[in-house]
Design a protein around this ligand. Structure first.
Ligand code: Z5A
Ligand code: MG
Length: 204
């Protein structure tokens, strides 16, 4: 049987990376199978390095160009992800195509245009959306250092995320302690049914 394929989405500083690490440990222990973490953007690849420069050092790129790079960054890792799943190993994603779509749409581009480059990517068995108010997120470590970390922009992203999450995600309140959030995530993950074939992303 193929491995579990789980994505964690959410706003900046909602605790995604913290919870992804905990989920990897939980799945390794409870399923007995290897569990791998992929973080998007993956800043280690050639495209990821350009994305990192855009996010951290003010390198100028059009909204369209950076959007396509974020999507290409997912496509450049997808064969590795599929191979692991087919071997029966689990994969946890720290952000995926929903982040890709809503962050660019929040800049004013059309939903369909934002969706097109990601069409055909494999759909996770479950996508968890971590909710926390932008005000709470802004009090968590290191907020404000990257390009998108402004409360007005995060509010637009949050509104889009909430709308999309209703149809595509299980929403998890991430304002509690790390332990409370981890317990809620583990409960959601335990209920997931794993089909043999992965669906292809066809729109939100
Ligand atoms: N982006 C995009 O535009 N298009 C795309 O296709 C993709 C991404 C994939 C960088 O993403 C930017 O790229 C992001 C979206 C855009 N926007 N911005 N800016 P990223 O994933 O690399 O980085 P991030 O999400 O901005 O931040 P983050 O640091 O990864 O946040 P996080 O993973 O959600 O949070 P964390 O690192 O787990 O926790 C943050 C802090 O809070 C840390 O000090 C923790 O110890 C603390 N924390 C965590 N959980 C708790 C709880 N429960 N209570 C209290 N404190 C906590
Ligand atoms: Mg993170």
């Amino acid at each position: 049987m193929r491995g579990r394929f789980i994505a964690i989405e959410g706003l900046d500083r909602s605790g995604k990376s913290t919870q992804c690490d905990r989920l990897v440990a939980h799945l390794t222990e409870t399923t007995g199978n290897k569990t791998h973490l992929f973080k998007f953007p993956d800043r280690s690849t050639p495209m990821g390095q350009i994305i990192n420069q855009y996010l951290t050092s003010g390198v100028a790129l059009s909204d369209q160009a950076i959007h396509l790079l974020f999507s290409a960054n997912r496509w450049e890792r997808i064969e590795d992800i599929k191979a692991l799943l087919e071997k029966g190993e689990n994969v946890v994603l720290d952000r995926y195509y929903i982040s890709g779509i809503v962050y660019t749409q929040a800049k004013g581009l059309e939903r369909q245009w934002c969706t097109n480059p990601d069409l055909g990517l494999p759909v996770p068995d479950i996508t968890l959306f971590l909710t926390v108010s932008p005000e709470v997120a802004s009090q968590r470590g290191a907020y404000g250092e990257e390009r998108y970390e402004k409360i007005a922009f995060q509010k637009r992203v949050a509104a889009l995320f909430h709308e999309v999450a209703q149809r595509n995600c299980i929403t998890v309140d991430a304002s509690g302690t790390e332990e409370e959030v981890a317990n809620a995530i583990n409960q959601c993950v335990e209920t997931v049914q794993i089909g043999e074939a992965l669906d292809k992303f066809s729109g939100l």
